[in-house]
Design a protein around this ligand. Sequence first.
Ligand SMILES: Nc1nc2c(ncn2[C@@H]2O[C@H](COP(=O)(O)OP(=O)(O)OP(=O)(O)O)[C@@H](O)[C@H]2O)c(=O)[nH]1
Length: 307
Amino acid sequence: MLIKKLNDYRASVLVVDDEPINTEILANALVQKYWVHQAASGKQALDFVRKRPVDLILLDIRMPDMDGYEVLRELKRDASTDSIPVIFVTGQDSTEDELRGLKLGAVDYIRKPYKIPLALARINVHIDLKVKSDILAHVASADGLTGIANRRTFDESLVSIHEHCMGERSNYGVVLIDIDFFKQYNDTYGHAQGDDALKSVASTLYSVAQRTDDIVARVGGEEFALILPNVDKKALQALCEKIHRAIAALGIEHKASEVSNRLTVSVGGVLCAPQAGNSPSVIYQQADQALYAAKNQGRDTTVMGED
Ligand SMILES: Nc1nc2c(ncn2[C@@H]2O[C@H](COP(=O)(O)OP(=O)(O)OP(=O)(O)O)[C@@H](O)[C@H]2O)c(=O)[nH]1
């Protein structure tokens, strides 16, 4: 989720109950403020949130086939759904039932029959918390200057993409991009203009690596990195060339550069193929060596490393 002001963001709620009348009551109470979705069984609920995440689930306990406890267990098992807050809304009114639900990880427990304003107030609290925690997670994963992923996100993504691609025996590429003579750029145009150049380079890289699984990160002062799942060598090379063209098209003057009168970058790329049996850190080192070679070859060029 992108950072949006709390007031602008319309959160979504999934109401899960096998009794249509129960879902209707809650849906009617919530629809003014939230996007409301409904599911008539645990399985339907799981199918729904795996395709389309929501901000809160209101979950009945007693349902045929799969009860609410089991649904919650399944949600917690899956990394893509384990952070969705769940409130049980149920006729099971014993202390043991409530304790069991909370121990499984539900954030709250509303007993039927409930008073709608009270239930709504509790739902609102949990949705506010969820949206705020999403914003914090986004801020923690982004680079403060450019808004793209930061070094920590890059490192974590490299490990998870590596595992994923090796698991399904597919390639991925890592590309490191370093601005040429950036010290001289700062010295000539000032730090504030240097910051603007970094922002322009970041958004250019973001527009070059367009697939939703691609990671675009700032990994150092004037160094950027891309992770590109499911590419082959030809596509990786073509993308590196596109980077040079896109940076050149920015036309940022750099009269102190020794290679051009415009801002340029050096690029090191490496393809990780499953059969090579490498680790993420080795892949990163190879990309770094390729970048180093591009600098040594005179800058404003790409070197492809060995996989
Ligand atoms: N404006 C600005 N400059 C930064 C930032 N982070 C790092 N830098 C500058 O980036 C420059 C990097 O300099 P070097 O590592 O010598 O690299 P370079 O001058 O680009 O030289 P080559 O990479 O060899 O072409 C330094 O002057 C840093 O101060 C930042 O957030 N904003």
